[in-house]
Design a protein around this ligand. Structure first.
Ligand SMILES: *Cc1c(COP(=O)(O)O)cnc(C)c1O
Length: 356
């Protein structure tokens, strides 16, 4: 399929001061990618056109039953002036996994990646150059058929929008405070916890709001059945570094399979650490924090890369990890990953794809 280009004339393209403060996800570039799907016809009308509102029927499936999935990745402006994507083929594979679970048509992964690269190349002037900042890429697939029955939509749109984002760590690489909720749950076995679908995030809002009121940045979720096993944080996977092992909850279907998670596991193993994907109880974590056996705790995700956790609140008590300081493992992982992403370090795993 060819991508039809309908571009703004140069004088209509905006110029933004990319050096100033760029809050996450508020500013969007001049153009977007869009294509349509109809049952029996397949994907059609792939296009890049000016960024604008999408017009959908009020009866569209997505508005009523949330048949929608998304991805999140970044384009990085390297120290050598080249533009890099980090493992984008993993995002496309995950998008098709999500699509399958939500009874949506698959996208052609190579074509979608080509669409991302074409759009990013066209909008490369929007990639902030400061280390830590990037161009956030948001692909979305949603059901658009105008029909109120509960069934998979027969029509879909797939679009990609881009948003320049500033460095996540403006005031230094400092640990966050997280709140362990045993009141709400995020995902149940057999549900859609391992799918990047809108409803998961709507369902998580109340817990986040309540945690924020108490001064905590994120919520740590426990399993839905026993409320004992640690699952993950808001939009990050979670790791615990004990004296002799690095632990992260196993992918049991209720946890989002993060690409940063996967990369951290691989690097840590190659550095000779014992890495275990297993079940881990909140009691083991708390005991580790109390005895000092737990050396470090950090979250992993595209937005922050590595997010050290300094404080954990659970059942009305606050526990401190590593004196509330960033530990050496979190620091090393952050430097290694961002080093690869910004071209400051070699890419031994072949994780980088260049644009163009
Ligand atoms: C996207 C996401 C992650 C992190 O995935 P990455 O691929 O590392 O960005 C973790 N948990 C949830 C719930 C997410 O939505």
């Amino acid at each position: 399929m060819e991508i039809k280009l309908e571009l703004l004339p140069p004088e209509k393209r905006r110029k933004l001061d990319l050096e100033g403060d760029l809050p996450f996800g508020c500013i969007f570039t001049d153009h977007m990618f869009l294509m349509y799907y109809q049952e029996g016809k397949g994907w059609y009308d792939a296009q890049i056109k000016p960024y604008e509102p999408i017009c959908l029927d009020p009866a569209a499936t997505v508005f009523h039953y949330s048949q929608t999935i998304f991805e999140g990745l970044k384009a990085y402006y390297g120290v050598d002036g080249r533009i890099r994507l980090f493992r984008p083929e993993r995002n496309m594979a995950r998008m098709n996994y999500s699509a399958k679970r939500m009874c949506m048509p698959a996208i052609d992964k190579e074509f979608a990646l080509h669409a991302i690269k074409t759009l990013v190349d066209l909008e490369k002037g929007w990639i902030p150059k400061e280390i830590g900042s990037a161009l956030y890429i948001r692909p979305v697939l949603m059901g658009t058929e105008a029909f109120l029955g509960v069934k998979p939509s027969s029509e879909y749109i797939f679009f990609i929008i881009l948003s320049p984002v500033g460095a996540y760590y403006k005031e230094g690489f400092n640990p966050i405070k997280i709140y362990v909720t045993d009141k709400y749950v995020r995902a149940v076995p057999g549900g859609v916890g391992d799918v990047k679908t809108g409803g998961n995030y709507a369902a998580s809002l109340m817990a986040s709001e309540e945690a924020a009121k108490l001064g905590y940045t994120q919520v740590l979720w426990l399993d839905a059945i026993e409320r004992r096993y640690v699952e993950e944080v808001g939009t990050m996977n979670i790791f615990f570094y004990f004296e002799d092992e690095l632990v992260t909850p196993a992918l049991t279907g209720t946890i989002l399979p993060g690409i940063t998670r996967e990369s951290v596991i691989q690097m840590a193993k190659d550095w000779g650490l014992k890495v275990n994907e297993r079940r881990i109880t909140i009691d083991e974590v708390i005991e580790g924090a109390e005895t000092g056996r737990l050396k470090e705790c950090f979250g992993t995700g595209t937005a922050a890369v590595i997010s050290p956790v300094g404080y954990l609140a659970y059942k009305g008590k606050e526990y401190v990890i590593n004196q509330g300081q960033t530990g050496p493992l979190a620091q090393r992982l952050f430097e290694e990953l961002t080093g690869i992403q910004y071209g400051e370090k070699p890419d031994p795993y072949g994780w980088i794809q260049f644009v163009p």
